[in-house]
Design a protein around this ligand. Structure first.
Ligand code: GRG
Length: 269
């Protein structure tokens, strides 16, 4: 990964000092580099060892970072990777614009790889990521949401870039179509699993975590995964109780909702 980090550092440069400052801040803030690792893992496993794989590994990290910058503005988040978000430090406008810079730099770098298929995969993936975010926005307060709707959002907003990263590794190695599809399936599965776990981990932190988080969900009228799963697994009466509690922010129903989440095993996904 050191070689990919070197490409990242080298390609970050802009003529505008603020762009360098913000992009360096976020790119070096301690991300796990999971998507670049997928590119390299599949490229190497299928016999490709060429600088193009490092370049593309950096490309997917730039795209990922652009989506994080935009996402933190949309969610008005204050913390990312254990540090203050770029929007908290530099403001929303600068964060969105540096996201645009990283996104367009990623496409500029892709051109140097000179493979139409690469452009096609990442153009489609970023389209789907944006669709996922818009769907999430539309679903956010919909109490009729189904677990399947939630899964569609995470396949779009998160799993798609994992899928594209694994697929790119296979494409660079000139893999056979069935190998490329197998890589894509792996990426999609691991990306979906990653987001599912991320979404329920907060609810299991300690003995107070479940109550605190379900309380926040009811207060904000948000049908999150544990509540959706509890509604789908509960009785008709339980479903109505949770739905009503979400729609009306009924915190006096908190203990009953938590009991249903526990009884239905809604955190066991
Ligand atoms: C710029 C094309 C474009 C779209 C913007 C806002 C938006 C549309 C998309 C946001 C998508 C998003 C943030 C999905 C969640 C992805 C996710 C699981 C982030 C956390 O990933 P980690 O844990 O992060 O891999 P690190 O910090 O390790 O890099």
């Amino acid at each position: 990964m050191r070689e990919v980090d070197a490409v990242i550092a080298q390609r970050l440069s802009s003529h505008v000092a603020l762009i360098n400052q913000i992009s360096a801040y976020i790119v070096h803030a301690g991300g796990k580099r999971m998507r670049p690792k997928l590119v390299l893992m599949f490229a190497n496993a299928l016999g490709h060892d060429h600088p193009h794989s490092r370049e593309l590994a950096a490309v997917v990290e730039f795209i990922h970072t652009a989506t994080l910058l935009h996402d933190d503005v949309v969610d008005e988040s204050a913390l990312r990777r254990g540090k203050q978000t770029a929007n908290a430090l530099f403001g929303n406008a600068a964060s969105v614009l540096v996201g645009d810079f990283l996104y367009s730099r990623a496409f500029q770098m892709m051109v140097s790889v000179d493979r139409m298929r690469v452009l096609e995969i990442l153009a489609e993936a970023t389209n789907v990521i944006a669709e996922g975010e818009v769907l999430q926005l539309l679903n956010m307060h919909d109490p009729d949401l189904l677990v399947s709707d939630y899964l569609q959002v995470i396949r779009f907003k998160t799993a798609k870039l994992f899928e594209a990263s694994a697929r790119l590794g296979a494409v660079l190695a000139n893999a056979a179509p069935e190998q490329e599809e197998a890589a894509a399936t792996y990426g999609r599965a691991i990306g979906t699993a990653f987001q599912l776990i991320d979404d329920v981990l907060d609810y299991e932190g300690d003995s107070t975590a479940l109550g605190k988080n379900v309380g926040d969900d009811l207060r904000e009228g948000k049908p999150t995964l544990p509540l959706l799963a509890a509604m789908e697994r509960g009785t008709e009466e339980e479903r109505t109780l949770i739905r009503h509690a979400i729609e009306h922010g009924e915190l006096d129903k908190l203990a009953e909702v938590i009991a249903i989440v526990r009884r239905t095993g809604a955190l066991e996904i």
